[in-house]
Write a protein that binds this ligand. Structure first.
Ligand code: C5P
Length: 211
């Protein structure tokens, strides 16, 4: 008999450490049955737009994401069907031609800045986390990451942060904290919170109602 997979949502601002929290939980169940879906993979396809238009896009607004596709794919995984997960290309600000085939698993982690914003996604989650890290720490991490890994300049990161990322964080990301079951301070460094989550997931896995 199959049990319904457990869905865990991990939200938090850019640079909050939510990916680290999600990866730490993932690591603990790696030998079992867990998969991770990043909301970033579901940024809307912009291949039809010019590079200039893509650069100007607000990537911190809920409408930047193709949540319909994300929802459809999570529902498939919940029915133990495989999905073709999109791959996002940060350098070109659009979806790449590749897809990754993802097999269903018992535990699904959904991670992203606005993963708790869409009620339809929230309704599928068994546990909702919000990783809460001070804005000064988040901007330092973001600067380092975007320059080292996403090919951005110092000026462009600062400009994007002050004009878009910060206001969108305050308007859309921060308010989703109210939907969280657990607020995790300082993300991936918080061993106690991660251990508590792992214990809780194990308990749900043992208790989960059989379909
Ligand atoms: O990994 P993280 O949660 O920080 O990723 C989300 C961030 O990626 C958003 O704050 C958004 O500004 C940024 N982004 C970007 N360029 C894109 C797509 C997303 O800078 N083309």
């Amino acid at each position: 008999m199959t049990k319904k997979p457990i869905v865990i949502g991990v939200a938090g601002g850019t640079g909050s450490g939510k990916t680290t929290v999600a990866r730490e939980i993932y690591r603990k169940f790696k030998d079992k049955s867990i998969l991770m879906i990043e909301q970033d993979a579901y940024y809307k396809d912009q291949t039809h737009k010019t590079m200039e238009e893509r650069i100007k896009t607000n990537y911190d607004h809920p409408l930047a994401f193709d949540n319909d596709l994300l929802l459809e794919q999570v529902q498939k995984l919940l029915s133990y069907e495989k999905i073709e997960k999109p791959v996002y290309d940060y350098a070109n600000h659009t979806r790449s031609k590749e897809v990754i085939t993802v097999d269903p698993k018992e535990v699904i982690i959904l991670e992203g800045i606005l993963i708790l914003e869409d009620e339809r996604l929230r309704d599928l989650m068994d546990i909702k986390l919000f990783v809460d890290t001070d804005a000064d720490v988040r901007i330092i991490r973001r600067l380092m990451r975007d320059i080292e890994e996403r090919g951005r300049t110092l000026d462009s990161v600062i400009d994007q942060y002050t004009s878009v990322v910060r206001p969108m964080h305050l308007q859309f990301v921060e308010p989703t904290k109210r939907y969280a079951d657990v607020i995790v301070p300082e993300g991936g460094q918080n061993r106690v919170a991660i251990d508590l989550m792992v214990t809780k997931i194990r308990t749900i896995l043992e208790e989960k109602v059989i379909l």
